[in-house]
Every structure is written in C-alpha cells, then in structure tokens.
Design a protein around this ligand. Structure first.
Ligand SMILES: [Fe+2]
Ligand SMILES: [Fe+2]
Length: 316
C-alpha cells in the first residue's frame, strides 16, 4: 500500500487527544527533585541501600534508553514534518516531559553511589553517539511504533518498581512516577492509532509491519541482548510480560482480529498477525511456566520476609 499518513479529516480528533493529554499531564505535574531522597539523605547520609545487581542493571538499562531523547526527538520531528499540527505539537510536549526521566535515574544512582559512575558516563556517551533512527516508513507506522514503545516502557518501569519495592521503596516510588508519564504518552498514541484504524481498516497492513518487527528503542545499547536475558531470567521483564501486558492490551484496544479491511494485502497481513499472535502467546505461556518460582522458592521468600520484618521490629 502507499504511505499510510495521518488522515486529515481526523485532525479535530487528534486535537482533542492532545487537549486531553495536556489536562492529564498538568494534573500530575511533577519535578524530578521531588522523587529524589534528599530529605532522607540530609537526615542520614547512609539512608540509601546499595542496589542489588539486578535492580542496578534494570535502572541502568532504563537510563541508557532515556538518554537518547535528543535522537528520539529529532527522529520523530523528521518523520512528522508536514504532518497534522496536533501531532507536531505533541512531540514538543512529549519531549519536555521525557526530559526529566534520565535526570531522575542518573541522579538517583549518583546519590546512592551505585555503579561505576565513570564507566556509566562512558557508556552514555557511546550510546548517544550511536543515536537512534526510527525503522518506520510513514506517519501511521510511527504512531503505532510509539504506542507500543511507550506501553512497553511503562510496563518495564512498573515491573522494576515491583521487583525493587522491598529493596529500595523510594526508588520504586520514583520508577512508578516515571511510569505514569509513559502511560499518558502511550494513551495519546494508542488512541491516535485507534481512530485511524476505525476510519481506515486497511491501515492494519502498516500496523502489522510494526507489530511483527517491534524492538525496544534501546536495542542498540552495548550488551542489550545480555541485559534483556538477565532481566527476563530474574523475572523482571520477559516475553511473558511483553505478551500479556503490552501486546494483548493493544491487541484488544485496537480490535486487531475484528477489523474488516477491504484490500487483499491488508487481509493477508491480518491473517499473518493472527498466526503470529497465537505463536507468541504459546511462547509466553511456556516461558511463564518455566520461570515461575517453585513452591520451595516461594516458601524461602516468605521466610526471608518474615525474618526481615522481625529484624525491623527489634531495630536490628
Ligand atoms: Fe521516558
Ligand atoms: Fe516514553
């Protein structure tokens, strides 16, 4: 099919989505220093726990994705050149909101003296030098990709927050705060995709391309595959979370199986994605079973938590 651009008659709908986004963002406006443990550190310079290797790896991986913001902005600005005004305006709002994510994460790691700061700075520089180029061909593919990416990022933050809740509750709180930004961004893109699919079901064809080829925006960072494998093995974020909390959510929102495209190539794409969806579901289910903690592990975790509570109670 020819380039799937944004549909001009949908401009008022995009304007409504942008207005809604601005209202929601204003209602939860925040500054990153509010999510740093400044008061706790003033009271006790040793207030912050040393992070476990898995939590550190997860936070560093998130940070290494966020630091490429200059390239995400320039990539999306290029793509949306000449696109409908609300879309171009959204990129400005989005950039200003994303801007404090990397700052919060980096500062948190510095204040807790976690990781090797010199090495992290070296890798950051390397990552920003490599940059990012979107693998999309038109406006519609761009909004479909960003919807998936923002949701995957939100789920990642929430999973890490869940994982480190006991270890460092203040870090978990900061991660949940970033996740709230990501979900607002996701909602804008998700609904922009939805109105286009309703207006033009043949847009399922470019959507399928994005769904089949999706990769996280940080996939070019050094050791990305190893990082993902570790985080997946540790139960932080793996194929089961991706399928159940990202793909399935959007699949239902966009009613992928229920769309009725008229073009044969679009129907063919729909059949392809239905088959792939089933396969992905099976992989996710197998992975979840294999990775589920055994009864013995669960028991050990309960004992450890009870011991910790007792120690806290007696002030040890
Ligand atoms: Fe972000
Ligand atoms: Fe984001």
């Amino acid at each position: 099919m020819t380039a799937a651009n944004l549909i001009p008659s949908l401009e008022p709908k995009l304007r409504d989505l942008l207005d809604t986004h601005r209202e929601r963002a204003a209602a939860v406006d925040w500054a990153y220093h509010e999510y740093l443990p400044l008061a706790e550190l003033r009271a006790n310079p040793d207030a912050l726990p040393k992070l476990s290797p898995t939590t550190y790896l997860a936070v560093e991986t998130a940070l290494f994705t966020e630091v490429n913001l200059p390239w995400f902005t320039s990539g999306l600005t290029q793509i949306f050149k000449g696109a409908l005004a609300p879309m171009r305006e959204f990129i400005h709002d989005w950039t200003s909101e994303e801007d404090q994510h990397a700052m919060l994460l980096e500062t948190y790691l510095l204040l807790g003296d976690n990781g090797d700061h010199r090495e992290r700075a070296r890798l950051r520089k390397q990552i920003v030098r490599v940059g990012w180029e979107p693998n999309v061909e038109d406006h519609f593919q761009a909004i479909a990709y960003t919807a998936m990416q923002e949701l995957a990022t939100q789920v990642f933050y929430l999973r890490v927050a869940h994982f480190c809740q006991d270890e460092d509750p203040l870090l978990a709180r900061a991660l949940r705060r970033i996740a709230r930004d990501e979900v607002l961004h996701m909602a804008f893109y998700r609904d922009a995709v939805k109105v286009h699919l309703i207006a033009e079901p043949n847009y399922i064809e470019p959507l399928v391309k994005i769904m089949l080829e999706f990769a996280m925006p940080g996939y070019l960072m050094p050791d990305y595959a190893t990082r993902s494998a570790i985080l997946s093995r540790q139960g932080v974020y793996g194929p089961d979370h991706y399928f159940n909390l990202v793909v399935e959510k959007l699949w239902k929102e966009w009613d992928v199986p229920g769309l009725m495209p008229s073009a044969e190539t679009a129907r063919e794409a729909q059949r392809k994605v239905l088959a792939q969806h089933e396969k992905l579901g099976r992989v996710a289910a197998r992975f979840a079973v294999r990775n589920a903690p055994s009864a013995k592990d669960r028991e050990a975790a309960v004992v450890a938590r009870a011991q910790q509570e007792l120690m806290l109670k007696f002030g040890e």
